[in-house]
Design a protein around this ligand. Structure first.
Ligand SMILES: NC(=O)c1ccc[n+]([C@@H]2O[C@H](COP(=O)([O-])OP(=O)(O)OC[C@H]3O[C@@H](n4cnc5c(N)ncnc54)[C@H](OP(=O)(O)O)[C@@H]3O)[C@@H](O)[C@H]2O)c1
Length: 227
């Protein structure tokens, strides 16, 4: 099974030692640079992935790239609205369009009777703060550019789910929980969930998704979230 996930290089950050250690321990893990806000970078990554797959398809594309530009309700800027729409929506759309031929190939080569992450899937890492119904986290801060762009990512996921069902490709948006990452710990309140717990939970959810879940929004424990 082949999967492409995670992200690195967006903000020009350095590769984490944990990621390098993982790749050193498991030769099956390959690290490729990628900036989802840059079409040329996406194209280069696509060429590398296609080359490494040697004629096979891509089973799983996890769009994990994300960032927050801190602002208050009143200081939110047009510039950060544009930037985060680029990261969370336009960049993810471009990723999905570019990798579609490889996902379709995996879908055609896999079992034809149902949709699953084992066959072919796009998983968009969203956030519960993008839920228009619940507006989770409103009491902790009003980061409009982040919330609005994640709400738009949810809509993109819904549309992808509808469109790509015919191609045998499952799509879902996942909220990873409030996780102890650089982002999760960046506010005044510290995140509660360990990275391992979030990832283990999400992997369990991914393995349970099927055609009836395609285009929907779940949290790391498998609970369906409202749009
Ligand atoms: N942590 C939480 O509590 C939480 C809650 C809800 C949702 N999420 C979502 O979970 C995902 C992962 O976030 P995290 O918590 O792991 O945050 P993080 O620690 O800040 O990591 C974000 C990652 O995204 C990458 N990235 C940013 N812009 C990119 C771009 N243009 N192209 C490629 N990569 C880019 C960063 O790479 P560089 O360092 O190289 O820039 C970094 O590896 C995000 O989509 C986030 O919105 C997180």
């Amino acid at each position: 099974m082949s999967s492409l996930g995670g992200c690195s290089g967006g903000g020009g950050g350095i590769l984490g030692p944990a990621l390098r250690e993982l790749a050193a321990q498991h030769s099956i893990v390959r690290i490729l640079p990628l900036d989802v806000e840059n079409s040329a970078s996406i194209q280069e990554t696509f060429v590398s992935v296609e080359d490494q797959l040697q004629g096979l398809g891509l089973n799983l594309l996890i769009n994990n790239a994300g960032r927050i530009i801190p602002h208050s309700f009143l200081s939110e800027s047009e510039e950060s609205m544009h930037q985060l729409y680029q990261t969370h929506v336009a960049g993810i759309l471009k990723m999905s369009q570019m990798f579609l031929p490889l996902l379709k190939k995996a879908a055609q080569m896999g079992p034809q009777d149902s949709l699953s992450c084992n066959r072919a899937a796009i998983i968009n890492i969203s956030s519960a703060v993008g839920s228009i119904t619940e507006i989770y986290g409103w009491h902790f801060g009003h980061v409009l550019s982040y919330c609005c762009s994640k709400a738009a990512l949810n809509m993109l996921t819904r549309c992808q789910g509808l469109f790509l069902k015919e191609e045998g490709i499952l799509c879902a948006a996942i909220h990873p929980g409030w996780v102890q990452t650089d982002m999760g710990n960046s506010g005044s309140l510290k995140a509660s969930l360990k990275k391992e717990e979030s990832v283990q939970g999400m992997l369990k959810v991914l393995s349970s998704l099927s055609g009836k879940n395609s285009g929907y929004f779940f949290d790391w424990e498998g609970k369906e979230l409202c749009w």
